[in-house]
Design a protein around this ligand. Structure first.
Ligand SMILES: Cc1ncc(COP(=O)(O)O)c(C=O)c1O
Length: 406
């Protein structure tokens, strides 16, 4: 493996060589749970970590290990662990740094599951939290307490696409000796490398773009070897959150096309965001690739592309938004994102339902907000679908102009 390869080459070749026994190029799936040792001494050395190797499926698997090495290399971390979902990765990363009496600072608009874990489960372990506006670095720095043991951010955030300055936040975290954890799900290492920008830990829902086909639930934590080892032995091992070989194989396969997929998601999303922004029935569009986005310039320095997620508000609020969603013919109403299919959802009643309305509004998640995960279909077809669902025949010249750019 060469470290100077570009990411497109790394996606295919990193941590991957043909199978020694058969020459098979695609990664063999090893579903075994238990592994035999030549003698008792070797067994003891592997279990204690003195010797590399697998011993029991809950603590690691050879197929998953290839994938973990690949994800670590792509993100620029020392090591990574594959887990059963994005939420397993997020909760494990937080629990690796927080214990009874500790406090975590969290950016104000995060994925609903993260909010739910922090507000309902973490307090049962004596962990407290504050949601802060991390676009305001002074507020963030002032919110750090003696017992703050981690800063957790998501950028761009779900669903408001708020972009946070990773380098500046990492600087504040370092000055206070606090680890910075970044959810990089929306970007993937193809578009953003938080560890290069100073973050300590990256978490992923690999359910989304990393696998990219809507058929696997998985998550990753990337960071220092000692933290990953702690998660493997003491969190994932004890809670039984391991990622299995079959799903690891599917992610290894999906990762090979991450580059081409992400580029297409980005180019289509840019066109669709421009279409929505000019539409008379649209109140507001949130997309970092639009100049009107408040952190557009930061996004352009920090991200290699603007991603495939757009959020927007239809004029007329919740009712108009629901009617719009119901009229869509190509885009499907669904929870996930990062799939080949264009997916649309209503955060207030779906992904962010666990957040009380009062808090949702504080974080900018209005009742009329709609999140669109732009798929890999022809962008002209996606625009035509949105246009018909918006219920107006946007003038033909305008549509022709947009389609001419495709
Ligand atoms: C940004 C982000 N992080 C984490 C998650 C949780 O991932 P999973 O559903 O794989 O647990 C999601 C799910 O939508 C997400 O959007």
């Amino acid at each position: 493996m060469k470290s100077d390869w570009s990411i497109d080459t790394k996606l295919i070749h990193t941590a991957h060589v043909p199978d020694e026994r058969t020459g098979a190029i695609s990664q063999p799936v090893v579903p075994a749970v238990a592994y035999a040792f030549p003698d008792a001494e070797t067994a003891a050395a592997v279990v204690s970590g003195c010797k590399p190797g697998d011993y029991y499926g809950r603590y690691g698997n050879p197929t998953t290990r290839i994938l973990e090495q690949k994800v670590a290399e792509l993100e620029g971390g020392e090591d990574s662990i594959g887990l059963a979902s994005g939420m397993a990765a997020i909760s494990s990363a937080l629990l690796a740094f927080l214990q009874h009496g500790d406090h975590v600072l969290v950016t104000k608009d995060v994925y609903g599951g993260t909010y739910s874990f922090l507000t309902s489960l973490a307090p049962r372990f004596g962990i407290s939290f504050d949601f802060v506006d991390c676009t305001d670095l002074t507020v963030l720095a002032k919110s750090i307490k003696a017992e703050t043991k981690a800063i957790y951010i998501e950028t761009p955030s779900n669903p408001c696409l708020t972009v946070l300055d990773i380098q500046a936040i990492a600087h504040i975290a370092k000055a206070n000796s606090i680890p910075l954890i970044v959810d990089n799900t929306f970007m993937t290492p193809y578009l953003q490398k938080p560890i290069d920008l100073g973050a300590d830990v990256v978490v992923h829902s690999a359910t989304k773009y990393l696998n990219g086909h809507g058929d696997v639930l998985a998550g990753f934590v990337v960071g220092k070897k000692k933290h990953i080892e702690f998660i493997r032995k003491k969190i994932a091992g004890d809670l039984g959150q391991n990622l299995n070989a079959w799903e690891s194989f599917l992610i290894l396969r999906g990762l090979k096309t991450l580059g081409v997929r992400v580029q297409k998601h980005c180019s289509s999303a840019q066109l669709i965001a421009a279409f929505l922004q000019q539409h008379p029935f649209i109140e507001h569009v949130y997309y970092p690739g639009l100049e009107s986005h408040p952190q557009h310039h930061l996004a352009r320095t920090q991200m290699k592309g603007m991603g495939g997620i757009i959020s927007f508000e239809v004029k007329g609020g919740l009712q108009a938004g629901a009617a719009f969603i119901n009229r869509l013919k190509l885009a499907m109403i669904s929870f996930s994102l990062g799939d080949p299919e264009t997916l649309v959802q209503h955060p207030a009643s779906m992904t962010h339902f666990s957040i009380p309305q009062e808090d949702r509004l504080k974080y900018g998640i209005t009742d009329g907000l709609i999140r669109l995960s732009v798929g890999l279909e022809d962008p002209g077809d996606i625009i035509s679908d949105l246009n018909q669902a918006l219920g107006t025949t946007r003038d033909a010249k305008f549509l022709r102009r947009i389609k001419a750019k495709l």
